[in-house]
Design a protein around this ligand. Structure first.
Ligand code: AMP
Length: 219
């Protein structure tokens, strides 16, 4: 049986890292709308380029655009046995659209995971966050540094970079957007019995164990 999951949480909660591990373990795609937009910008895709200004300011991209992107992605055959969505939905209309898309395929969303981390820790984590410009592997200079402190372990000539929207003022804007637009989804999913809450503090392995327990699957 497939597992259809969405990962929610403020920026810096670790949802991308945990989503990647869960997807790998279950053999299903991890679908990150932020990564899709950043890939699109690199490839010169016009929709993604239009979204770039909003992303750089830490604002959400409009629901119509995001819903269309996810609808196209979920129509590909690799999602037939499940998916882990990372960064979508971020608003109640996006969540409603996701339910409708799955309903049309005779599927449902099994769980919405909300990862929680205190705000001061989020700002600290985001300012230490770096990624490989080649493979987008995530690092953290404080907690998950690369072997030589500067370059990707898998691409030794690639110096790690900071995401444009990880600067402190943009991080604050992204957190504001999270609390005003995305946090209401937590109550929305709780009402339909699909919410699973996972504390995002502590060693990555412990967080992962809590996640798999909350989903009722093996770690
Ligand atoms: P992320 O990598 O998930 O933090 O996303 C980076 C940026 O992409 C966000 O700050 C938004 O500008 C945009 N974005 C990604 N996913 C969504 C979404 N589901 N709804 C609106 N904007 C999004």
């Amino acid at each position: 049986m497939g597992l259809n999951v969405v990962m929610m949480g403020p920026p810096g909660a670790g949802k991308g890292t945990q989503a990647a591990r869960l997807a790998r373990q279950r053999g299903v795609p991890k679908i990150s709308t932020g990564d899709m937009l950043r890939d699109g910008i690199r490839d010169g895709n016009s929709v993604a380029l239009e979204a770039k200004a909003l992303m750089d300011m830490g604002q959400l991209v409009d629901d119509r655009t995001m819903i269309a992107i996810v609808q196209e992605r979920l129509s590909r055959s690799d999602t037939a046995h499940g998916f882990v969505l990372d960064g979508f939905p971020r608003t109640v209309p996006q969540a409603e659209a996701l339910d409708a898309m799955l309903d049309a395929r005779g599927q449902k969303l099994d769980a919405a995971v909300a990862m929680s981390v205190p705000e001061d820790e989020l700002v600290r984590r985001l300012s230490a966050r770096r990624e490989c410009p080649v493979c987008q592997r995530a690092y953290n200079l404080e907690t998950a540094a690369p072997r030589d402190g500067r370059h990707c372990d898998d691409h030794p000539s690639a110096e790690l970079v900071q995401r444009a929207d990880d600067s402190e003022s943009t991080v604050r804007r992204r957190l504001e957007q999270y609390w005003s637009k995305t946090a209401p989804l937590i109550g929305w999913y709780r009402e339909s019995g699909r919410l699973r809450e996972v504390p995002g503090l502590g060693p990555l392995d412990d967080v992962y164990r809590s996640l798999t327990q909350a989903l009722g699957c093996r770690a």
